[in-house]
Design a binder for this molecule. Structure first.
Ligand SMILES: [Zn+2]
Length: 355
């Protein structure tokens, strides 16, 4: 009896101790979860990472944990290029590119399909995997290049890019000078501009992948984004869905711009995510997008064109200048000449229209 009693007593004091311990542990756990103290937060984040959870801080994607991939694009955003139609493509406003669709990547169904991916409202899974699960073994890296259209223009290029599609280490670039993209004109400083960069695709003289582009488009517009994708793939070994499309106005042969869309696969767009339209322009130059003839500001001033001379003052104007409207009819003289011919004859350029 005694034995039982005493053991009962022992048991109840033991259980009191146990419940106190549980309460302390629960309190500590609660503090651990909610605390914002840097030390606790640091321990918590590293524990979460070890357990396979993403960082608690949402928003900024870190592809490899080292560098934050900034959202691409600056300046204005356009909702959707296709809704503007090819006669109303965005006008260059000084930025290298515009964001499309709020910079959110969207792809034609085929882009996912060829990669063996299912897109369910923005959540990707490999075909045959559970929803939201990417099994790299089931993923199908590829590149696709659309055929030229009936005007010989590039149409689109896309793929699921990864180390499999990139050039091998030490592989040299091939010669692409044999390709003459639509709108190519000699001696206009055009560059053969890849829809999918060589560094991502190892594609050389593929006519479906090369357009007539300005240095500004090639190096200032597209290249930083291409490098972002390239570094992300090297750093993570992950894959990136990629879509590149030149936009032509009407029947023009030189593209007005290139849309670039990309989204990383394994981390569901955390590392790489953009949708932009890069301008095929050269600031301070006029481009004839039908002939491929580029006229710089300097050249424009050298070429012969129509000017209006005020014969009384000796000042010459562009015909559109307000000074011409105010000029009395009998002082007006229309000439076709170069700027230099007029200044050589002693005429002075108008300070307002600056011909
Ligand atoms: Zn004027």
């Amino acid at each position: 009896m005694n034995k039982t009693k005493s053991s009962k007593k022992k048991n109840s004091s033991k259980s009191r101790l146990l419940s106190a311990l549980v309460i302390v542990i629960l309190l500590a756990a609660a503090l651990f979860v909610v605390s914002d103290a840097p030390f606790i937060k640091g321990v918590r984040d590293s524990l979460m990472q070890k357990l396979g959870y993403e960082s608690v801080d949402q928003g900024e994607g870190t592809g490899d944990g080292s560098e934050t991939v900034k959202p691409a694009g600056k300046g204005n955003s356009i909702e959707d290029i296709s809704s503007l139609g090819t006669d109303a493509l965005p006008e260059y406003n000084g930025d290298h590119y515009l964001q499309v669709n709020g910079n959110m990547p969207e792809f034609p169904d085929d882009v996912y399909d060829r990669a063996s991916l299912v897109n369910d409202n923005g959540v990707l899974s490999t075909k045959g995997s559970k929803a939201g699960k990417i099994d790299t073994k089931l993923l199908a890296p590829y590149e696709y290049y659309g055929s030229l259209d009936n005007l010989g223009r590039c149409t689109e290029a896309y793929g699921c890019l990864g180390e499999e599609t990139m050039p091998a280490e030490g592989q040299d670039r091939g010669d692409i000078s044999s390709v003459r993209p639509s709108g190519w004109a000699k001696a206009q400083n055009w560059e053969r501009c890849h829809l999918i960069a060589w560094a991502l695709s190892a594609e050389n003289a593929n006519p479906s992948n090369l357009i007539t582009g300005t240095h500004y488009l090639n190096y200032d517009g597209m290249r930083p984004l291409e490098e972002e994708v390239e570094h992300y793939i090297w750093n993570t070994g992950n894959h990136v869905l990629y879509y590149s499309k030149p936009w032509f106005s009407g029947d023009e042969l030189v593209a007005r711009g290139v849309q670039m869309v990309a989204r990383s696969v394994e981390d569901n767009g955390k590392g790489i995510s953009f949708n932009v339209y890069c301008f095929n322009v050269t600031p301070n130059a006029e481009i004839d997008y039908t002939t491929g003839i580029v006229t710089t500001e300097e050249q424009a001033k050298q070429d012969a064109r129509v000017y209006i001379i005020n014969t009384r003052s000796g000042v010459f104007h562009y015909p559109s200048c307000d000074g011409v409207k105010e000029m009395s009819e009998h002082n007006k003289k229309e000439v076709t000449a170069t700027r230099k011919e007029l200044t050589d004859q002693g005429y002075t350029p108008c300070g307002s229209c600056e011909p």
